[in-house]
Design a protein around this ligand. Structure first.
Ligand code: AP5
Length: 189
């Protein structure tokens, strides 16, 4: 299974990808986690990315594409993957098509988690208190939501036009949201 999980900041992409990874036995590729690992390691890439991330903006497409190519070349990806946080603009969606064509692994499904802005803000404010993630500050959340509307929402249309998109209600108990995702995934075999 090769799946893209789309949705605004706080919609539950990471939470659901973690659950799906366990159930489906496939890799979870979170570009946010990959970037945070670079920041934590103090690498050159991490230093470049940190200020951009903390302000709630997108890191450059070139950096992301390099990271993605490298991650998709690792052996665990052969069983399938869930992409969480990529693509985030139409240029990235087009680049993803190219990378997947190169490795002969086209997408099986694209799932969008819909959650209203009030609920997103509430969830991210809750996480800010619990975990103190730098980009969960009110200013950064406002910017992330704006970036989502301007740059990432068109990606939803990109996949909808191809007929590969399933849009789901992302509000509810974690088990309920997960069951909605399983219900739209193509059955194996
Ligand atoms: P990234 O880490 O991808 O952040 P995001 O998309 O803003 O996503 P979040 O992690 O905030 O939310 P989520 O949808 O995963 O929800 P989660 O499950 O965590 O990216 C961070 C930054 O990295 C970007 O801003 C950008 O700078 C950079 N970046 C990353 N990818 C990039 C790319 N491709 N191009 C350029 N830059 C890139 O849940 C959120 C909270 O809600 C949690 O507390 C959770 O417990 C709770 N929750 C989840 N589900 C539910 C539920 N059903 N009910 C109640 N609470 C719930």
């Amino acid at each position: 299974m090769r799946l893209v999980l789309l949705g605004p900041p706080g919609s539950g992409k990471g939470t659901q990808a973690t659950r799906l990874k366990e159930k489906l036995g496939i890799a979870h590729i979170s570009t946010g986690d990959l970037l945070r690992a670079e920041v934590a390691a103090g690498s050159e890439l991490g230093k470049q990315a940190k200020a951009v991330m903390d302000a709630g903006n997108l890191v450059s497409d070139d950096i992301l594409l390099g990271m993605l190519r490298s991650r998709l070349s690792q052996p665990d990806v052969a069983k399938g993957f869930i992409l969480d946080g990529y693509p985030r603009n139409v240029a990235q969606a087009e680049a993803l098509d190219g990378v997947l064509a190169d490795i002969g692994q086209p997408l099986d499904a694209v799932v969008q988690l819909d959650v209203d802005a009030d609920q997103l803000i509430e969830r991210l404010a809750g996480r800010a208190k619990e975990q103190g993630r730098a980009d969960d500050s009110p200013d950064a959340v406002r910017q992330r939501l704006q970036v989502y509307t301007q740059q990432t929402a068109p990606v939803v249309d990109f996949y909808a036009e191809r007929g590969t998109l399933a849009r789901l209600d992302g509000i509810g108990e974690l088990e309920e949201v997960e069951a909605r995702i399983h219900a739209v995934l193509p059955k194996a075999g």
